[in-house]
Design a protein around this ligand. Structure first.
Ligand code: HEC
Length: 144
């Protein structure tokens, strides 16, 4: 068999890999309808120093144990987890995501798919923090 005869197979393989990658991407980026387009209480909420300061307190209290003081996913409690806490500063990950994505993930935590099936123990903060507090902690986390 010549190199040329194998070409269609390679192309097919590439196409399949591309499709697989797309479906994984779509799953992880899809903000569920209930959270799609959600915005903070005011347009300058996320950049308001008072909210960032309040968010810092909440972050140290509720998030740092897993995500680390500086947000790199290296908190002491996080180290023992099979599925490691996300690096909240990752410019190719959560740091690049929209406010509604953040709000969804912080609110629903590891109860959302595909994270639940992956064994995530990220808490669903909607049961512990008010909407205002969740937006505040997000405002701080986005400065990390
Ligand atoms: C018990 C450990 C733990 C605590 C406490 C915790 N997290 Fe997480 N978090 C995780 C784990 C593990 C993941 C990765 C799995 C996942 O995405 O569900 C994660 C994922 C996330 C994500 C999603 C990242 C992405 O790329 O989708 C965000 C945002 C987040 N955490 C924010 C927070 C905030 C804000 C707090 C505090 C209010 C917090 N976490 C507290 C363990 C924790």
């Amino acid at each position: 068999m010549t190199q040329k005869n194998n070409l269609p197979c390679y192309l097919l393989l590439l196409l399949l890999l591309w499709l697989a990658a797309c479906s994984v991407q779509a799953q992880e980026n899809d903000v569920p309808p209930a959270y799609q387009g959600m915005t903070p209480p005011t347009s300058d909420f996320l950049t308001d120093p008072a909210n960032i300061a309040g968010g810092q307190k909440l972050y140290r209290q509720h998030c740092a144990a897993c995500h680390g003081e500086t947000g790199h996913g290296d908190g002491p409690a996080g180290q023992v987890l099979a599925l490691k806490p996300s690096d909240l500063t990752d410019p190719n990950g959560i740091a690049a995501k929209s406010p509604d994505y953040w709000f969804w993930r912080v609110s629903e935590g590891g109860t959302a798919e595909p994270f639940h099936s992956q064994g995530s123990i990220m808490p669903a903060w909607k049961y512990h923090l008010s909407e205002q507090e969740r937006w505040q902690v997000i405002s701080y986390a986005r400065t990390l």
